[in-house]
Design a protein around this ligand. Sequence first.
Ligand SMILES: [Zn+2]
Length: 86
Amino acid sequence: MSEFPLITWVFLGALVTIQATWIFRDARMRGESFAWLWGLFGLINVPSSFIVYILVTRRGNIRCIQCGKSIRRESHVCPYCRKANK
Ligand SMILES: [Zn+2]
């Protein structure tokens, strides 16, 4: 059974830090109320935390409050009726 060289851990540590930072920034930008929690979550695992984060936050479309069409959650203005959502 071979030991992991130190460089492996350094590399993984860097990867986890980058991932957590990216997730935190993205969550904050999207106005998630628990952005820091997402950041912590990003520290747990590479890359499954990232995959879960993307699945959870990109999962759904929302419905336009005016015309009811399905639009991207990121869209603040409905592309169909130009109504500002949010
Ligand atoms: Zn609309």
